[in-house]
Design a protein around this ligand. Sequence first.
Ligand code: HGY
Ligand code: MN
Ligand code: MN
Ligand code: MN
Length: 413
Amino acid sequence: MYDKSNQQIDKLATFSDTPAPSVTRILYTDNDVAARSFIRELMESAQLTVREDAIGNIFGRWEGSEPSQGVVASGSHTDAIPYAGKYDGVVGVVGAVEAIKALRRAGFQPKRSLEAIMFTSEEPTRFGLSCIGSRVMAGDPRVAVSLANAVDEDNVTFTLAANRAGYDEAGDNLQSVAVGNETYAAFVELHIEQGPLLEEQGVSIGIVTAIAGPASLGVEFAGGGGHAGAVLMHLRNDAGLAAAELALAVERHVLESGSQDTVGTTGTVKLYPGAINSIPRNAQLGIDIRDIDGSRRDAVVERVRATAHEIAARRGVVLQNFTVVNQDPPAQSTDFVIEALKEASEELGLGHKMMISRAYHDSLFMARIAPTAMIFIPCYRGYSHRPDEHATLEDMANGVRVLALTLSKLSSN
Ligand code: HGY
Ligand code: MN
Ligand code: MN
Ligand code: MN
């Protein structure tokens, strides 16, 4: 059975814009659309009733004997950042379908309907906004405005990209995607740890008690630019150096927080015109700051903002833009879901430990509308967002078994 999951993961990995072993699968691109049909077929072959919402969240439901009760769901994402691996998110989508198939094979009959979910995108790659599918489902107050103004680097709008992928109502029917607090009775996401602890400690299952809150910043400096040879140093206002200083300041302010739970990354820096013999006259930075403690993270964001202004003034460049794209609160898992995961791990004789997630996931938003928790399985040296990301068949099988048993517990009462 699990060998088949591996085949499914390998097949999904072929829907990629970059050569194996890397996987690049960006929201609403051809390979993303191909992966969507594969997931729909997987759900249909598991005899699930499949539906998609206006922006492409895909739901496969097994109706329970009491269908009016809150649904118990499990799922994750299949989109992948450039040159990533093939397990991030995918394990949680394929695993949710596998877990439901295993329950059906075992003759289980759920009271509450069970649902496998593929969220339309979790990575921020194309439009700079993470967890679009679960964020809209959770009714995030700012998401409609963010998406209405979202364009990718080819200036294609979110709505047009969605329409081209077959989601005609993405532009004017966003509100139909939001689900209230009563829809789901519980949500569980299976995911690789994307960290080294489980493998290092030889523990099979991680039970996630909290998810760190991410903040994303877009910053732009503008300077005079000019000829790299002709303009003397004291006459320059170099936007590239302002950006370099700010990237180092992000690191400094994060380290000043005094907690290892505060992390910060300047993941993208774009210099214009990008010629070796031209002084950068424009620099754009993408900054990611996270912490399990939301107010500690927000204090770092404000320090970075103040330093950006100070650098601009001192270097005679213009701080053209300082945008907080998202500043999401951390999420706490719900006790009864954690308990169910603990019981299932014990009944299966699998070593398990409580832990936080430093990566964000769709569970960060599902926790706003449903009692939520996550299952982590080990991954090779904790590697993720890299082509050598890897999870063993045994670890994935353990994750699916814990998921199946937990879903049976949660959908029986
Ligand atoms: O960045 C994250 O935490 C997620 O894996 N996209
Ligand atoms: Mn990821
Ligand atoms: Mn993920
Ligand atoms: Mn994630």
